[in-house]
Design a protein around this ligand. Sequence first.
Ligand SMILES: [Mg+2]
Length: 307
Amino acid sequence: MPLSKYRVLIIDDDITTIRLIAEALSPDYDVIITTSAEDGLKQALAAKPYLILLDVLMPRINGFTLCKQLKSNEQTHNIPVVFVTALAEVDEQAKGFELGAVDYITKPIEVPLLRARVRTHTRLYQQTLQLESLAATDFLTGLANRRKFDEAMDMELSRCQRGKTTLSFMMIDIDDFKAYNDYYGHGKGDDCLSMVARILKQSARRATDLVCRLGGEEFGIILTDTDKEGAMQMAESILTVFQEQQIPHASSKRGFLSVSIGATELDVKAHPDRDFLVRDIVDKADNALYLAKTKGRNRVEYVPLLP
Ligand SMILES: [Mg+2]
């Protein structure tokens, strides 16, 4: 990725310093600036910079306090912070590192050193983001993996319970997949998994829908702000896509590739005082999926979270 894609946020109450840094960096970076800590936090949340250059001495809220706020916010705690300050004393610098800063730049600013440090830290952060994304992705299908699913479902559950909203979840399992692998071979079996992943992604198109591979031939879709009716509609539309595409499955009695779907819904308004775990939801969807399998496959079944 070219450097210009990296966004750097400068927070400093001194216009001369901002101008100097911005001029040094703007040929290579997407530079945004602000002169107050209050606005700095807002900018960091909104602009998601790759690096924050933070002045220590500022009126009202100083750089140390802002750094603490950035590091305790889930959305900003990973963004590297580099302090920019005239304070050369060792203990002041140590304090900055203790608060989670990755580096220091002292005034007067030496432009070549500034550039070198910004380059190092933006690249390191880019690598961190890449690793995080790899660790959350299923290699074969490119979908979110089980680890990401657990994390996301946990977050959505608390969001749902805080906001008293509705959350649906469905589990999707390829019918007679073992027979498919036996008949066509494992290479084609992998292609089949990727194909199903694509169909599911195309069906769950809202930015908030999360499609994941739970393991083997089993997939999950988290549907936020979606009730039973919405989930069932999506399940039916997925079944229809498979019906229409008629992907050959010679060793299944239908002759084409199909899936079974188990759905469940958490309506927090109906159970305001109960806490639910990821496991509760997964178990219910699994029960529903089992029903769909025993009732003949290529269908959706629904089981409520609480009877
Ligand atoms: Mg200052």
